[in-house]
Every structure is written in structure tokens, then in C-alpha cells.
Design a binder for this molecule. Sequence first.
Ligand code: UDP
Length: 494
Amino acid sequence: MTCFREKRKKSHFMIVPLPAQGHLIPMSDMGFLLAKRGVQVSLVITRANADRIRPIIEHAKESNISFEVVELSFPNEKFGLPAGCESIDHITDMGLFRGFFDALYSLNKPLETFIESLERPPDCMITDMCNAWTAPVARKFGIPRVIFQGPSCFYISTDYNLVQHKVYDKVINENEYVTVPDFPIKLQVTKAQTPGFLNNPGFEDFRKKCLEEEMTADGMVINSFLELEWPFIENYKRLMGKKVWTVGPFCLYNKDDEMKMGRGNKEAVDKSHSVLKWLDGRNAASVLYINFGSIAVTRPQQLMEIGSGLEASNRPFIWVMKKKEITPVVEKWLADGFEERTKDRGLIIVGWAPQMVILSHPAVGGFMTHCGWNLLLEAITMGVPTITWPRFADQFVNENLVVDVLGIGVSLGEKEPNIGIDDVIKVKSDDIRKAVDALMDGGIQADERRQRSKDFSEKAKKAVEEGGSSYVNLTDFIHYFTEARSELVLAHGQ
Ligand code: UDP
């Protein structure tokens, strides 16, 4: 274990993310934010994850904020994992999932060793919803523990209600629609679309622990903001009967250009400059950006079908493909004409894209995405309307929020989960073209959708400004745990 830190004088919050890009990124953002608000922050991550964001860590050090990274070594070998497999997106074989979680859950001892090395335990531990292993550690040292919930309140209260009311116990056909009980609106989902996190065979023990430890937490902190989904935030607070702080959107805290470029993976820094140059030459709101996040895989047949849809739409686009998606078939298809035919208006990025650099550019006018909560919220924050194509986890319910409740998305109509195993076409090129036209064309509906997106963007920015809802919530959050420490000190006369 390596640890860089200075002597502690202020409130000290420890952050323990799940090693997955969609969790690590917002939790690191939150760490920077807390540090900027005067808290001393320790971000506990494994070495390979720290390496991905090394330039940002260095940048934070230079910025004179109290932000330290505590690097734990991940016991890959002991749990049969390949070297360097330290994040969910590193897992290439589903058979390794269990070993990955076993390895993660064995980090309790190194974390205890780190806490023992401190003058006094941190004032608060912010830990991911999937990190139930941190709860006994927090209890051992008397540290208040807050759960970071990755998705929207819209999703987490849906999930909570489905579990509490045992709705799926009565379901025989997993594609049958059921109504979510005790919810502010009529929402219908299928079990296949919304099974709940870690609800897979072989993961029963992890899921049980996570659900139990959620109930023992001192509160929840969420990457969302009041003006976006207040009825669902209120509903979630009522259901949990605990403190719930919505303090997002976290992506807005990353104002520095270098931090934006290297967000999530240092490999995006170099790409940022050429992407910016390419975007600078385009008309306002003319470019469609396509990115399906860090985990969802698009298989060759579907990938080439997307290409046909983009060609037919005849619009400028930036399309992000994962390295593992570039199979020999795809490579040949790209070289055999697609790249040539679209060279004047298409930019393909292979690997990690500088998402915030792209979304915040005025030339970007639409975003096709799998509806991961972070990407969606980033698009909302930047005022970019979306084409939605959910694959799994919280994504179908997120689509519902964006398309049916907020009115800022066009759905591609996918109803069944797809974890990227079968090489089949689920969405046809013509449906892609139609959705792109609907989103990017003028016309009353498209204009209204774009206007609503801009309105939410304004509200997001106001929420994090001094006096805004998320700003005020964050102040309350910091005070709540700082005062808890003072009471503890008084009680123990330290
Ligand atoms: N991301 C990025 N570049 C990429 C892919 C993803 O910066 O090429 C970031 C994205 O901005 C978001 C996170 O990775 O912050 C993905 O989180 P999300 O929950 O949206 O999706 P997931 O990857 O977990 O499916």
C-alpha cells in the first residue's frame, strides 16, 4: 500500500469507489469537489485505476487541495484474475466476475491497515453501493458511512420498490410488464430490463450483503440535482427514511481543461486536441456523437448496421468504438469503403473518448447512447438531446426518465437487454436513420426537445453555483459529518 498525505488538520472524508469507470469517475469528481470545499479527501483505489487517472492526480496535487490517493494492491493472482484486471471494464470473460468481486471484498484488511495508520479515523466514509465490504470496516473504527448511489433517484426508487414489494416473486415471464408500486408516476418495466444490481446466479451473497448494508448506512449521496427529478428524489427520501443528499451534476466540477481531457483515462488527453480541431470546423449543433459507455459491447453485425444508418442520415458524426469491437470483420468493413465514404463528415475514435470535451462543444447537437447514468447526466448538463438505446442494468429505466418524463430523448425502441454476446442485429439501420432525423432535424418536436434540454442545462449549472440546490446540499452534507465528529470528540473528551 502506498499513501501520499499531509498532516491532517481539517475534516477528513474517505471515498471508496467500485472499480468501474461509471462509479470511479463520479466519485473522483466528488472527491475533488469536497477538497475544493476545504475537506481533506482520501480516495481509496487500486493501482491500475490510479494509473488511468495519474495526470489528474498529479494536477490535483499541484492545485494545492487536500486530495490524496490511497493505492491498494489488487490480489489478482490469488483470485485467478489476469494481471491488470482491476476494473469491471477489464473483465473479458464473464467467468471471472465472481473472482473479481471476491478479490474486491478481500480489500477490507488493507483498508483497515490504512485507517490504523492515521492519527484518528476519518470523519466520514463515502462508499459505493456495491462495496458492502466497507461497512464492517467503518463500524470497527466508528466511522459514519454514506452510500454513493450511482444511478438516478428515478431508478433507485424503482429498484427499491420492486424489491420491497417482492414484485418479481410473482412474475413467470421475465418479459412481462409489471407496474412499479408506490411510485409517483405509472411506470411499467419487465424483470429482464430491471433485475436489480448483482442479481445474477452466484452473486446472491453479495447482493444480500449490499441490500442489508444499505439499510445500516447513515445516508445516501447522489449524482443528480433537485430541479431534474424532484418528485423522485422526495419519493426516495420517504422510502429510505434517511438523509439523502443530491449534490450533482459532478461533471460540472471539472472546469479545468486538462482535467476534462484526461477524465477517466489518460489516453484521452492526446485525442482531445485533434477532436477539438475537427469539431471547430463544424456548424453549431450539427454533429451527432455516439458513445455506449465503458462496458456495453456492440458486436460486428450491429456495428456495421449502425454504420449504414449513419451513412443514410448524411450528417456529421463522432463515433466511439471500443478496441475489442474492432474485430477482423469490422476492420475490413471500415477499410473497404465506410471510412472513405464518410471521411468528410465522420470521425471514428477507437478507445477512450474525451467525453466532456466533445459534449461541451457547440458543434455537438445530439448524442446516441446506451443510457448509463453518468453519460446521460453529462448530456443533460451540456444541453444535448439524446437517442436512447439501453442495454442492461439501470439503463432501461433511465431511458424512461429521459424520453417519457423529461421529454429530451428519442428512443430506438429496444425492449430487451443485450449484454453483447450474440452477433445479431437488434436495431435496423433505417430505424437509426429515422431516430437521427427526428433528433437532429428542425421541426416543432425537435425544437421543443432541444429547448427543454437547454433549460435543464441551465438548471444544472445553477444547481451547483453558490446558493444552488446541490451547492447547499453539499454544504449541509459536509457540516453534518463535521458536527458528528465534534460531538464524538466532546463525548470522548479528546
Ligand atoms: N466515458 C468517457 N469516455 C468514453 C466512455 C465513457 O469519458 O469513451 C465516461 C463517461 O463520460 C461517464 C463514464 O465514463 O462518465 C461512463 O459511465 P456510465 O455510468 O454513463 O456508463 P458505463 O460505462 O458505466 O456503462
